[in-house]
Design a protein around this ligand. Structure first.
Ligand code: HEC
Ligand code: HEC
Ligand code: HEC
Length: 418
């Protein structure tokens, strides 16, 4: 079935390419560009840092060979792709490339001569990189020692060895575009998103791929088997069962920066990502990435929810923190914790809504004859306030669950008590 779909798509794509006659070299750029002989040291340093963040080394350096001279064979379901030389050697590397050529490779997935590049080069992620960052990396690559090493031909099976297929592939799966910051989010969140989605190319491993090797946008960071590597890269969404939902941001940061954390250690391909790339990033970038991963989920806060969270936080301090504590940790077994308590984060919010409206007592049992109770807040708080509180406790201290509306609260105002 998968195979049939694959063949159908290939036929379609070839037919399309043939009828429309797309030129593969439509915008080759032979103009000689005058280039400054040297680049500001600050720009080169930043470029080196960004190349680390992009882990260019991982693919463009073969074991035991010169840095960035290429020659590493990357297995793909379609055959092997041999990485090119990106040292500044004029004949065999990218020494003759202009900053525009370099930008077009990262941003548009095209080589200097205009030919389309295979997405084994993760330009579907690198397209998010800004021009300034691409230029800094360009400046850095001008400073690495040039190595003379002729590029080798890929070892791809028919029909994948025809770059013309990429015309169709790109129409289906590639939209060039620099990362656009979200106005509703903090600068730190946006930095994290930029690094995770762009240079970090986390989705290259942490997403499912379809039969044509494309990361499906719906499965973004949803986890997936890495074809040909025989490793599973787990979901990085904030789902608490399959993703990082129950991890604290510091635990994610620790894993990314040091390779170990209270929740686990990295191994396999992720160990290489940490060793070659993430451990070299600044603490603020690591924190931005883990904060983004933690907060991202599919759900982006709407202004309504943001306002509810603010109101909820205030009401919580006034009415609840005395027993359940500021950090939601409670004082068990007398006052239950609200952080990490499944009673709060279940898909249905009925139970926490009713608890807040009506309060409650655990049963008096022979082992615990005089339990502490929780007072009712229904009389003191209106529906909007209760909704804000429940939304707040469902989304604080690592809890992640849907927001609650005043309308929902109202439905349970009159509900019989048992
Ligand atoms: C996951 C592996 C991988 C990573 C990571 C990677 N590349 Fe590549 N890159 C490739 C492959 C494979 C090709 C060849 C694609 C082709 O021939 O169609 C390539 C091609 C290129 C080219 C075009 C070279 C040419 O001669 O056409 C440039 C430039 C380049 N990469 C730069 C970079 C930079 C800069 C980084 C880091 C920000 C990077 N690459 C990270 C795999 C990778
Ligand atoms: C080359 C493939 C690859 C890339 C690129 C990659 N990862 Fe991973 N990652 C893995 C694999 C495989 C695992 C599972 C093994 C392990 O836990 O170390 C993993 C595990 C993880 C885990 C632990 C998850 C858990 O539940 O235990 C985190 C967190 C993580 N990666 C974050 C990232 C981030 C952030 C990026 C981008 C900066 C990234 N990864 C890029 C392959 C990759
Ligand atoms: C006087 C102490 C006290 C105050 C103030 C208080 N609670 Fe409670 N809360 C408790 C006790 C005790 C329980 C356990 C009641 C039970 O088991 O029936 C509880 C249970 C809960 C539960 C159910 C969780 C579970 O596992 O039993 C929720 C939800 C909850 N409280 C939310 C709140 C919110 C929101 C506020 C502020 C509006 C608040 N509480 C104020 C003492 C308090």
């Amino acid at each position: 079935m998968k195979r049939a779909l694959q063949i159908f798509l290939i036929v379609m794509v070839v037919a399309f390419a043939a009828t429309v006659g797309f030129g593969l070299r439509e915008d080759s750029n032979d103009a000689t560009v005058s280039q400054p002989a040297s680049y500001p040291a600050e720009q080169v340093t930043r470029g080196a840092y960004l190349a680390r963040a992009g882990d260019c080394m991982a693919c463009h350096t073969a074991r035991g060979q010169a840095a960035y001279a290429g020659g590493l064979a990357l297995p793909t379901p379609f055959g092997k792709v041999i990485t090119p030389n990106i040292t500044p050697d004029a004949e065999t590397g990218i020494g003759s490339w202009s900053a525009d050529d370099f930008w077009r490779a990262l941003h548009n997935g095209k080589s200097k001569d205009g030919s389309l590049l295979y997405p084994a080069f993760p330009y579907t992620n690198y397209t998010k990189v800004t021009r300034a960052d691409a230029d800094a990396m360009y400046a850095y690559f001008k400073t690495v020692p040039p190595v003379r090493r002729q590029n080798q031909a890929h070892q791809l099976r028919f029909p994948y060895n025809h770059r013309i297929l990429l015309v169709g592939w790109r129409m289906l799966y590639f939209r060039p575009g620099v990362y656009q910051p979200r106005a509703a989010q903090s600068a730190e969140w946006n930095r994290g998103a930029y690094l995770v989605q762009g240079l970090g190319h986390c989705s290259a491993c942490h997403s499912d791929r379809n039969a044509l090797g494309a990361v499906s946008s719906k499965a973004d960071l949803g986890g997936g088997l890495i074809p040909t590597m025989n490793w599973f890269a787990p979901s990085l969404t904030s789902d608490s069962e399959t993703g990082l939902g129950t991890w604290a941001p510091q635990e994610i940061a620790s894993l990314l920066k040091t390779g170990v954390s209270n929740r686990g250690t990295v191994f396999g391909p992720m160990a290489e990502v940490v060793a070659q790339s993430l451990q070299h990033l600044s603490d603020s970038d690591i924190d931005a990435m883990s904060g983004y991963l933690k907060a991202s989920s599919a759900k982006v806060l709407t202004p309504d929810v943001e306002a509810a969270l603010k109101l909820g936080a205030k009401l919580y301090q006034t009415h609840c923190a005395a027993c359940h504590q500021t950090g939601g940790e409670g004082a068990p077994p007398i006052y239950p914790p609200l952080a990490g308590n499944r009673a709060i984060t279940m898909p249905s919010a009925v139970n926490p809504i009713r608890m807040v409206l009506n309060g409650g007592f655990p049963p008096g049992t022979s082992a615990n004859p005089r339990p502490y109770g929780m007072p009712p807040f229904g009389p003191a708080l209106n529906d909007t306030e209760v909704a804000a509180l429940v939304t707040y406790i469902r989304n604080s201290w690592g809890n992640q669950a849907g927001a609650v509306s005043a309308h929902e609260v109202n439905q349970f105002r009159g509900a019989p008590l048992d």
